[in-house]
Design a protein around this ligand. Structure first.
Ligand code: ZN
Length: 337
């Protein structure tokens, strides 16, 4: 039986790699804001996805004349993406229809076998679809892409703050990201257990300063000059903490030159980086992401008595609309046809 479970995991992961090659996910990464576009892939494969406020179920894979997927909107977006990837796995692996409750997915994740032979085939399907989803959303190349872009060293990846920011950039949950890092031998299982002691709620509280929550599901993005030149895929209600280092001892200060109304300024702050005299300070702005669409924030660094700026910074935040009914990707495809 262990052999069947192992094979199911290998099959699921291999199928995810095949889909990535077919869809050129890696080549399209900039266009998809640094995340695997799971709902775009479902639409391209002509699988209809419907978002509904389901109770008790994360999602379902249906098979009538054509395969279809339902996703519960009563879960955070990272879970909706994981459910979408899991149901896509059922579709491309040619599985039987499946109703996926949190319990089913938890059992599949830990490899726990339910009693009774009749359940075994269904259970292997779940393990295979789960392995597919994990590998689809956070493949090794994606984890390394974000680590390089952010300048994170291998030794930092098990740091809960770093893992949380990695999770946001990959569009995965904190726990799923830690598990993917371990599956790819970038951190150890012991480090995963240690990092899971810190809950995302505590990580967010540390980052958000005095800014108030609207929605406990909202995330806190820590943006630095490393995020320039790439679109940040946030949600309405998310908090964005923009931090820029300034040579304050020499009189240099960052100021906001232009910020789109999609980013609502909540508060500003200056943080001393080290106790060393002459060390740069960090200028911080806290924003709340508003309505959907692209929002741009630009900054300039200059001395207060000079007009010429010595440096400029620019961030692009892509605030996504809330999914409801037929997926946006499906609708876009149907409209194009
Ligand atoms: Zn399933």
């Amino acid at each position: 039986m262990n052999g069947s479970v192992r094979n199911a995991r290998l099959n699921g992961a291999a199928e995810a790699h095949r889909i990535h090659r077919m869809m050129e996910s890696r080549e399209r990464l900039e266009a998809t804001d640094g995340q695997v576009d799971v709902f775009g892939i479902l639409a391209e494969l002509e699988i209809l996805v419907v978002f509904k406020p389901l109770d008790g179920l994360l999602g379902a894979f249906l098979k009538q004349e054509a395969p279809g997927v339902i996703i519960s909107t009563k879960r955070p977006y990272s879970v909706q993406r994981f459910t979408g990837a899991h149901e896509l796995g059922h579709a491309v692996l040619n599985h039987d229809p499946s109703l996926d409750s949190p319990g089913v997915l938890r059992r599949a994740a830990i490899g726990y076998l339910p009693a009774g032979r009749g359940n075994f085939r269904a259970h292997l399907q779940e393990i295979e679809a789960d392995a597919f989803a994990g590998e689809l959303l956070a493949p090794r190349w994606l984890l390394i892409y974000h680590a390089k872009r952010q300048g994170w060293q291998a030794s930092q990846l098990s740091d809960p703050d770093v893992a949380y920011q990695m999770a946001l950039r990959c569009g995965c949950s904190y726990e799923a990201t830690l598990r993917s890092l371990a599956r790819n031998s970038l951190i150890s299982d012991v480090q995963v257990d240690a990092a899971l002691e810190t809950k995302p709620k505590a990580l967010k509280a540390r980052l958000r300063g005095d800014a108030e929550w609207i929605n406990p599901w909202s995330d806190v993005w820590r943006l630095t000059d490393r995020d320039q030149g790439h679109r940040v895929p946030a949600a309405g209600g998310d908090l964005l903490r923009v931090g820029l280092l300034q040579k304050s001892a020499a009189g240099y200060r960052w100021t906001a030159s232009e910020v789109d109304p999609g980013l609502l300024l909540l508060t500003e702050d200056v943080r001393i980086t080290t106790a060393t005299v002459g060390a740069p300070s960090e200028k911080l702005w806290y924003y709340r992401a508003g309505c959907e669409g692209l929002a741009v924030a630009s900054y300039a660094e200059r001395r207060s008595w000079e007009t010429a700026a010595v440096a400029a910074a620019r961030f692009e935040v892509n605030i996504r609309p809330v999914e409801k009914g037929l997926s946006r990707a499906n609708r876009a495809r149907l409209a194009a046809a």
